[in-house]
Design a protein around this ligand. Structure first.
Ligand code: FAD
Length: 427
């Protein structure tokens, strides 16, 4: 309990991981005083985060339940060989809803918004306005920090919330890979948010983090118009997320850390190496913290470090798949890896997303004729193949996970795509 401190636990960053941890603590440890310190004017930013039903254990769902803005009982994928509907539910939460729920659940004064943290140490944080916050323990959830020593590629995208008019789409299309392939593996992601609103994302598994926003927005407009729908843009987000294919895990986990300061979320590498999804890990970590037997800084730091190490080890197989994707074959053949994956059984697909594949699942994906040229596949498996991109900055120190600004609200109609956006060009 507090003795002359501002809080028992200060959570730096009210994004996905920090927000969920604050909610878990409020529910399971109401005796502890939690302070969330967020740089933005709201917690959660203007994001849509989605997850598969199978990602979160049934007994843990209560944590995300109040945040849900949409839920579907199935989803589909589209590849050249045909469409497939999977009876695996999918759901979305938003930053706006996270902000509102935090407000309603935490006591007044428990959230400091518009307060960037400029320095951190065990038991304290300094704010840009000069204030010093003293806390029993500090949890750093300020989003991605550094990826030194890691290699791979990027999953990059532009997503738009569109008022389309009645569209008749009843379930999310997680990957529509029937679109022209550019810049690696390209697919369109569609969420039917309401009867007349779609969220449509143009996504690339690319070796380069560069995003030509206008070109991708044009491709979204082309896609939606080809469905015979209107394109009225209500909001937009961009992302450039790391796809980790290898590197020095120990160096990465040790980089940027501070003794006595626990790290969670993307900052601790708690995301799926291949999909970059972090919501399932954020739920697990939030509940592990709220159920911790000690909130002493060293104990909390050890708990989070152990979780990050275990997550890194559990990601070995997914990094191998990422290596196959980025090192084994030509970029325009990357789609074959996902096409093969989506030909597997529903159980395997669900376990893949949740990061809980069995040994048999792992073998199944690798046996048989590889989806990429055999020589390239062998070279990639042995650590060779095409060079992988460094995921740190050129000086080897940093690359922000959310390198692009989060979704911003705009209420303009998209201009018609120009002729230069015709398919067939590189991204
Ligand atoms: C556009 C986009 C869409 C995504 N969609 C999904 C998805 O559908 N499903 C999924 O599982 N994953 C998704 N991801 C990947 C991943 O889940 C997110 O990046 C997730 O937000 C990471 O959670 P986090 O809490 O670590 O970081 P964030 O959610 O980014 O939270 C960090 C918070 O810290 C704050 N902050 C930063 N610096 C400071 C400071 N100095 N002082 C105080 N506060 C600070 C930020 O303002 C932010 O609110 C998406 C990522 C992006 C970029």
């Amino acid at each position: 309990m507090m003795k002359g401190r501002h809080a028992d636990i200060a959570i730096l960053g009210g994004g996905l991981a920090g927000g969920l941890t604050a909610l878990a603590l409020a529910a399971l440890r109401p005796d502890l005083r939690v302070l969330v310190i967020e740089a933005g004017q709201t917690c959660g930013g203007n994001h849509i985060w989605s997850f598969f039903d199978s990602d979160i254990a049934k007994e843990d769902r209560w944590l995300v339940e109040p945040l849900l803005v949409a839920r579907w009982s199935s989803h589909s994928v589209r590849f050249a060989r045909g469409d497939r509907t999977l009876p695996i539910g999918y759901a979305s939460i938003t930053g706006t809803q996270l902000d509102a729920v935090l407000d309603s659940v935490l006591p007044q004064g428990a959230i400091l918004r518009g307060c960037p943290v400029v320095a951190v140490g065990p038991g304290h944080a300094e704010l840009a306005d000069g204030r010093r916050i003293e806390a029993g323990a500090v949890i750093d959830a300020r989003g991605a920090g550094h990826f030194p020593g890691l290699v791979g590629g990027w999953q990059k995208f532009v997503g738009q919330r569109l008022r389309t008019g009645p569209h008749g789409i009843t379930a999310p299309i997680i990957m529509d890979a029937t679109v022209a392939q550019h810049d690696g593996y390209r697919f369109i992601y569609v969420l039917p948010l309401s009867d007349d609103t779609l969220f449509v994302e143009d996504t690339y598994y690319s070796s380069s983090p560069a995003i030509d926003r206008d070109r991708l927005a044009g491709r979204i407009a082309d896609y939606v118009r080809a469905l015979g729908l209107a394109v009225d843009v209500m909001g937009e987000e961009q992302g450039c997320l790391p796809v980790v294919a290898g590197g020095d895990g120990e160096a990465f986990l040790n980089a940027g850390g501070q003794s006595g300061v626990a790290r969670i979320g993307a900052r601790a590498g708690l995301f799926h190496p291949l999909t970059s999804y972090s919501l399932p890990s954020a739920v697990t970590m939030a509940l592990a913290i709220a159920r911790a037997s000690s909130f002493a800084p060293e104990a909390l730091t050890a708990l989070c470090e152990q979780a990050a190490r275990q997550h890194w080890r559990a990601g070995t197989y997914f990094r191998l798949l990422a290596r196959m994707m980025f090192a084994a074959g030509p970029p325009d053949q990357r789609h074959r890896i996902f096409a093969r994956f989506y030909a597997q059984g529903e159980g395997l697909i669900a376990r893949f997303y949740a990061g809980r594949m069995t040994m048999w699942d792992r073998a199944r994906l690798l046996i048989g004729k590889p989806p990429v040229p055999l020589r390239g596949a062998m070279a990639a498996l042995l650590g060779g193949g095409a060079p992988l991109a460094a995921l740190g900055a050129p000086d080897g120190s940093a690359l922000p996970l959310d390198a692009q600004p989060p979704m911003r609200d705009i209420s303009v109609s998209a201009s018609p795509p120009s002729a230069s956006l015709a398919s067939g060009e590189p991204a």
